[in-house]
Write a protein that binds this ligand. Sequence first.
Ligand SMILES: [Zn+2]
Ligand SMILES: [Zn+2]
Length: 253
Amino acid sequence: MAATARRTRLMGQGLCELVFPLRCASCDEELTELREDVRLCGVCQSQFLKNDTNRCARCAVPLRHASASELGCPQCRDEQLHFSQAWTLGDYAGELRTAALRMKRARDEGLSAAIGQLLWSRHGQAMADWRPTLVLPVPMHWLRRSLRGTNSAATLAETLAWRLGQPLGARLIVRRRYTQPQSGLSPAERLANVRGAFRLRKKHRLAGASVLLVDDILTTGATCNEIARLLRRAGAARVALSVAARTDDRDRR
Ligand SMILES: [Zn+2]
Ligand SMILES: [Zn+2]
């Protein structure tokens, strides 16, 4: 959906809220107060933050009993990652997984925005301290986007860019191939699937930039890592990730 149309719809929602009570974007429960500007009730917020445990600052997997340093955790230490930092609300499981799946539907764009607000309320300070100068969503191929009518990564990025007061580079990265969804592919297949799938426009805007790359779900990180590689090659000083949910695929290996 065109950005203008979406904005008009969101403004429409704003008008409705003047007349009708504010409701939780996930369970539709009436909200008596808006805690930290997050349009989610307390129950949904705590469900989404249920896996908010100690995580590797570099790749965001839960550390369980492992230890991590700036160089990463046992899972990512030997990987060549082109991003240095990752934030997430929690594991891609339970209610957060259900929400991430709902966020793929155009009618649940309000839920994407609310999850973005929750991500900000949980990690906003750390993200701001990292000092991003540009916020970029992981792009969706135009065909998939027009079939779905939404890209939750773009809505999350819009919310974070607005809170950070930094520009949103909505069309700076182009997905030029219609890739298969990453789910169900092995790590090697995922890597092959995304190689050469993206291209950057207006590379000059990236010189020296600190880029916050935003996506809904982070799995092996192959997609984000490929984009981060392009961004760094085009002159970005550093790249960090902000994602709604993170899979922990150690158990499946
Ligand atoms: Zn709720
Ligand atoms: Zn790690």
